[in-house]
Design a protein around this ligand. Structure first.
Ligand SMILES: Nc1ncnc2c1ncn2[C@@H]1O[C@H](COP(=O)(O)OP(=O)(O)OP(=O)(O)O)[C@@H](O)[C@H]1O
Length: 310
């Protein structure tokens, strides 16, 4: 992440288009805003438009604006985001979802620095930096025929990649503490917590499919559940659906262990599990995911004296 922060220091002052690729909740909009704040345009507006699930008419109207009477319900002239973000930055989230028709209009607008609002014959100029983003790498969207190649070259001048939270090992505990402290302060609760080892391990190993947004929600939940004077937090305070998901993962892990072939079990492993269970064969077999009969056979083959391991 440090390399990324260094990169945006260099990228921000330029006028180049930036494309941010990252899963949902990784902080694409936050990063786009940071680039805007570090740019000479910082005193201008930062406007975000989510391009997912927009009909063509709505996308065009949002981008380029419309005049009164240009379609049913257009009761007044409405400027589009391209001109509302004049002297500032327009952030187009999920840009790959724009239809070919809207992509071609956007391309023309960016090439000519002018556009016509819906229902108007008058061209408008604009001075807006475009930062766009999506969960798909833009080059891949082009290869799959979903995105125009010429627009790709306009938008992808500086490509940035935001890694998913599960790969940001250093950030996970820091962000957890940051959000916990943030929400606790809001509720006038203590801001420094002792996190149990089980909770810390869970924070580090959970895959965080919703990325930072999910982590933020978990912290909001946990902080709302902690009694005002409690100073330590354990895994049991996590939301129930997450704990149940965790149990499912554990059950799957157990099931996959259950599928192990006895031939994969080494003598050292068997000895370690046996010792951990004080020689208890039923428990050892269960933990190794094999039947008791198989355990007896392995003990015999490996010439292990169970009396010695008890
Ligand atoms: N580094 C960070 N530090 C603190 N908060 C962060 C950080 N990155 C993201 N967030 C927070 O996580 C949430 C999700 O961020 P953001 O909306 O920027 O993600 P996104 O990738 O644009 O999501 P989506 O693709 O779903 O729109 C926001 O509440 C944001 O403030």
């Amino acid at each position: 992440m440090e390399a990324l922060f260094e990169r945006i220091q260099c990228v921000a002052p330029t006028e180049s288009s930036v494309y941010i690729n990252g899963e949902t909740g990784t902080g694409k909009e936050l990063l786009a805003n940071a680039i805007h704040q570090l740019s000479p345009r910082k005193d201008g507006p930062f406007i975000a438009l989510n391009c997912a699930n927009l009909t063509d008419d709505l996308a065009e109207s949002q981008l380029f604006g419309h005049t009164k009477g240009s379609f049913t319900g257009a009761t007044k002239d409405q400027p589009g985001f391209l001109s509302q973000a004049d002297k500032g930055t327009l952030f187009l989230d999920e840009v790959v979802d724009l239809s070919p028709r809207v992509q071609s209009k956007l391309l023309r607008a960016l090439q000519e620095q002018t556009f016509q609002p819906l229902g108007s014959t008058q061209s408008q100029t604009f001075d807006t930096r475009v930062i766009s983003a999506a969960a798909t790498p833009l080059r891949q969207a082009v290869a799959e025929g979903q995105f125009r190649e010429d627009l790709f070259y306009r938008l992808n001048v500086i490509p940035l990649k935001l890694p998913p939270l599960r790969e940001r090992h250093h950030d996970k505990p820091l962000l957890f503490r940051h959000f916990l402290s943030h929400y606790s302060a809001q509720q006038r609760k203590p801001r420094e917590w002792l996190l149990s080892q089980a909770l810390t391990d869970w924070i580090n190993s959970y895959p965080w499919p919703g990325n930072i947004r999910e982590l933020q929600n978990v912290c909001a939940f946990v902080s709302s559940c902690i009694p005002a004077h409690q100073l330590s937090i354990d895994k049991t305070m996590l939301p129930e659906d997450i704990l149940m998901g965790d149990q499912r993962i554990a059950a799957n892990r157990q099931a996959s262990i259950g599928c192990r072939r006895p031939a994969d079990i080494t003598r050292d492993e068997l000895l370690a599990v046996l010792q951990r269970n004080n020689g208890n064969k039923a428990q050892t077999a269960r933990q190794l995911g094999i039947s008791r009969m198989t355990l007896y056979r392995l003990l015999q083959q490996m010439e292990i004296d169970t009396e010695m391991t008890a």
